[in-house]
Design a protein around this ligand. Structure first.
Ligand code: NDP
Length: 333
């Protein structure tokens, strides 16, 4: 299997190119940048054979089976639609698009073309989250009452570009982090948020976009979810808690790209630390994507998962803007 990278991005450089190579389910043969010079230097710097600046040239290469899209968010939709039209399988970064309707179009187009389409939601691949989910599904905390996500972090200086000042490129903490939390909550609870309330703020890092948000979501089961996302919190470690009728799981430092953290389960029997696998999150995602292309199983987060995480984020944005409790519109997906 051969991959084309659409986007000469930081995430590809820091995580994905190494992950494609580690998993050995394919080879990265091309990278696309909007700048020919940057395409050439990025390709040379990452040992990729071709650095291109013409999307049609990349998609016209018959040896490429799949593309990984990691450009800024406003480009995902047209690039994914072009890749699908060219018959390529797609692994797309989150958020899938700027609008739920566009994301739904991408997913339906891939389905109709018989292509694998996945969303790069890394957290559901973490050993920590897999262990938490297993404990919940085994009934160790009884019926779920509530879930709290602490994902207020500090945006590292090298990522402080379009995320902080370019709403047109999909900047803001809601498109950036709420989508991940929505996917993680859906992964654990196996149900989709019904409606949300939210307050978003900017402490000055965000220029024309929010840099912090808190929201509360209602779930079909009656469980309540509370989440906090931010770019401005230097010292608050991330966390994830699920509370049930028979126990509570409190996990710290698990809303991260690294396979780290700790998980504590408390029940009437006492308190215990849950062990978990420390495999690389992105390796697992790519491995499952390749298996799906080979006709086995499904990607860890598929296209519908990406549409739904975006739909929750869109509802959080609208709720924060209007001050109203806002129903989540999943765009028919
Ligand atoms: P970057 O800002 O690094 O890259 C986005 C685009 O910006 C690139 O495609 C590139 O354009 C341009 N660019 C990057 N670096 C430079 C530079 N030095 N000079 C000029 N242009 C540059 O974004 P990220 O890698 O942080 O994010 C990309 C996507 O990945 C986003 O959709 C984001 O939400 C997602 N993401 C997902 C993560 C996950 O864990 N799933 C983690 C981080 C990001 P061009 O290609 O035209 O050269």
């Amino acid at each position: 299997m051969k991959w084309g990278l659409i986007g000469a991005s930081t995430i590809a450089a820091e995580h994905m190119i190494g992950a494609f190579r580690a998993v050995e389910c394919g080879e990265v043969v091309s990278v696309l940048s909007s700048s020919p010079d940057r395409a050439a230097s990025y390709a040379a710097g990452h040992r990729v054979a071709h650095g291109l600046s013409d999307l049609d040239a990349l998609l016209g290469d018959d040896q490429i089976d799949a593309v990984y899209i990691s450009t800024t968010n406003e480009k995902h939709f047209p690039q994914a639609m072009a890749a699908i039209a060219a018959g390529k399988h797609v692994l797309c970064e989150k958020p899938l698009a700027m609008h739920v309707a566009d994301a739904a179009k991408m997913v339906r187009a891939a389905e109709e073309a018989g292509l694998v389409f996945a969303t790069n939601h890394h957290l559901r691949n973490a050993g920590s989250h897999l262990a938490i989910r297993e404990a919940v599904q085994a009934g160790r905390i009884g019926d779920v009452l509530s879930l709290r996500v602490f994902h207020a972090v500090y945006l590292p200086p090298h990522l402080q570009g379009w995320r902080l000042d370019n709403p047109g490129a999909g900047g803001g903490v809601i498109p950036d982090i709420v989508v991940h939390d929505a996917d993680t909550v859906r992964f654990h609870l196996g149900e989709d948020p019904v409606d949300v309330v939210a307050i978003a703020t900017s402490a000055g890092m965000g220029q024309g976009v929010e840099d912090s948000v808190m929201s509360v979501w209602s779930m079909p089961s009656g469980a309540t979810v509370m989440t906090h996302e931010s770019f401005t919190h230097r010292f608050a470690k991330s966390g994830f808690e699920i509370h049930g009728t028979e126990g509570s799981i409190v996990a710290r430092n698990v809303m991260t790209q690294q396979p780290v953290g700790e998980i504590i389960l408390t029940t009437e029997a006492g308190t215990e630390a849950l062990s978990f696998s420390t495999h690389n999150l992105y390796h697992r995602a790519i491995g499952l994507f390749c298996d799906a292309v080979n006709g086995q199983g499904r990607p860890s987060a598929d296209g519908a998962d990406g549409v739904k995480s975006l739909a929750v984020a869109a509802a959080v944005t609208k709720a924060a803007e209007t001050g109203q409790r806002t129903a989540v519109d999943y765009g028919g997906i």
